[in-house]
Design a protein around this ligand. Structure first.
Ligand SMILES: *Cc1c(COP(=O)(O)O)cnc(C)c1O
Length: 366
C-alpha cells in the first residue's frame, strides 16, 4: 500500500465541482487581484473565527512580518517566541530589526513552556509570537496573564491551528492579533500561497492593509513605504469554496488521531501525542516520539508510507543563529528534534490505511 504524507488530490476530488466553479467564476470576472472574491473571503473568515477584521495577504510569513512592523517593532526591541517552530515565526522578528528571544518547549505538549515564558521577558520586550504548533493550543491562560501583567503585546501564529480551541475559545482570538497561513498543506489550504491577519482592532487592521498594499489605502496615496503582499482572487475563491468543509475536515483529523491512538496502543517504544485538557487539538500533524527515528522512517518508506519531521533542527540550533551561542540552552527542543516523527495525516485518510501504518510500526519493533 502507498500512503502519502498528505493527499491534496483526494480532497480536490471530494469537492471538485465547487472548486472548478470557483475558479471559473474568478476567470469570468477577471478578478485576479483584490476585488469581490478577496473581500468575500475576508468576511467569510472573520465570521468563521468570530473576529471583526481579516486582512488577507500573500502568505503566512508576510502576515507575521506585517503585524510586527505595524506594531512599530524594530531595532533595539525583543520579541519572545518558541524554540520549535517553522522559521517564519522567528525570521520575521529578525527582519524588523528586533531580536527573537527563544523559549524552550514542554516535553508533553511540544509547545512553548509557559513556566519559562516570563523569564524571557526583559525591559526591551515588546511582543510575544506564540505558536499553536501541530494544532495543539498553547497554555493560553498563563501566557495571556503574563502578557497582560507585563504589558507585552500577544500575537498568535495560527498557521497550524485553524479552529483549534483552548478551553472553548478559538485560537487567534486571545491576543491583539493573529496570523494564519493557507499554504496548500495547512488545515485550510489554498492552491498556492495565501495568508491573513485577524484582529478586533479596526485601526490596526487598516494599518496592516495599508502596509501590505505599498503603504496606500487609496490608490496613489502612499502614507508610508509598504510592501506588496496581496492575496489573489483565485486563492480567495478557492478558500471560500473550501471553508464550509473545514469543520467536517477538522473532525475527520481528530477521528483519525483517535484511530492512530487505538491502533498504536501498547507499543512501548513510542510515545503518542496527548491533548491539553479541555482543549481541541486539530491535528495539523500527528506526531509520535521514538528513539530510533531514522531507522523507523526508512522502514516505513520501504513499505510505501511517507513520513516527515517538524522540525529536524530547533530554531535556536539553526545556522542563522549560530553567532548567538544558543547551543545547549534549549534542552527539550533539542531532544525532541531527534525523536519526533510526523505520520501521514489528512481528513481523507482511511481506517484501513491507519491500520496498515500501525501494523508496520508494530512489526518494526517486533
Ligand atoms: C506554514 C507556517 C508559517 C508560514 O506560512 P507560509 O504561508 O508558508 O508563509 C508560519 N508559521 C508556522 C508555524 C507555519 O507552520
Amino acid at each position: 500500500m502507498k500512503i502519502p504524507f498528505v493527499d491534496l488530490h483526494a480532497q480536490y476530488l471530494s469537492i471538485r465541482p465547487e472548486i472548478d466553479n470557483a475558479i471559473a467564476e474568478v476567470i469570468a470576472n477577471t478578478a485576479f487581484i483584490g476585488g469581490q472574491f478577496v473581500r468575500k473571503f475576508e468576511s467569510d473568515f472573520s465570521s468563521l473565527l468570530g473576529v471583526e477584521h481579516t486582512v488577507s495577504c500573500a502568505n503566512g510569513t508576510d502576515s507575521l512580518y506585517i503585524m510586527l512592523r505595524m506594531l512599530g517593532i524594530g531595532v533595539g526591541d525583543e520579541v519572545v517566541t518558541v524554540a520549535n517552530s517553522w522559521i517564519s515565526s522567528s525570521e520575521t522578528i529578525g527582519q524588523t530589526g528586533a531580536l527573537p528571544v527563544f523559549v524552550d518547549v514542554t516535553s508533553d505538549y511540544y509547545s512553548i513552556d509557559e513556566n519559562l515564558f516570563e523569564a524571557a521577558i526583559t525591559e526591551r520586550t515588546k511582543a510575544a509570537v506564540i505558536v499553536h504548533l501541530q494544532g495543539q493550543p498553547c497554555e493560553m491562560q498563563t501566557i495571556k496573564e503574563i502578557c497582560d501583567r507585563r504589558g507585552i503585546t500577544l500575537l498568535e501564529d495560527c498557521a497550524q491551528s485553524h479552529l483549534t480551541e483552548y478551553k472553548g475559545q478559538t485560537v487567534g482570538t486571545f491576543g491583539f492579533a493573529a496570523s494564519f497561513s493557507f499554504y496548500p498543506g495547512k488545515n485550510l489550504g489554498a492552491y498556492g500561497d495565501a495568508g491573513c491577519i485577524v484582529t478586533n482592532d479596526a485601526a490596526f487592521a487598516d494599518k496592516c492593509r495599508m502596509f501590505a498594499n505599498h503603504g496606500a489605502l487609496l490608490k496613489h496615496q502612499h502614507k508610508i513605504e509598504g510592501i506588496n503582499s496581496r492575496l489573489d482572487g483565485l486563492q480567495a475563491a478557492i478558500l471560500s469554496a473550501k471553508m464550509p468543509y473545514l469543520n467536517e475536515w477538522t473532525q475527520s483529523r481528530i477521528s483519525n488521531a483517535d484511530l492512530y491512538n487505538t491502533h498504536l496502543k501498547g507499543i512501548e517504544e513510542i510515545i503518542l501525542p496527548i491533548v491539553r485538557p479541555d482543549c481541541k487539538h486539530t491535528f495539523h500533524l500527528y506526531v509520535i516520539r521514538v528513539k530510533n527515528r531514522e531507522k523507523l522512517s526508512h522502514y516505513l518508506k520501504a513499505n510505501g508510507i511517507d513520513t516527515a519531521v517538524h522540525y529536524p533542527l530547533a530554531l535556536p540550533n539553526q545556522e542563522c543563529y549560530k553567532s548567538r551561542n544558543l547551543h545547549g540552552k534549549f534542552p527539550v527542543a533539542t531532544e525532541l528534534q531527534n525523536e519526533i516523527l510526523s505520520l501521514p495525516m489528512y481528513p481523507e485518510l482511511t481506517e484501513s490505511q491507519i491500520e496498515y501504518i500501525a501494523d508496520k510500526i508494530r512489526s518494526f519493533y517486533k
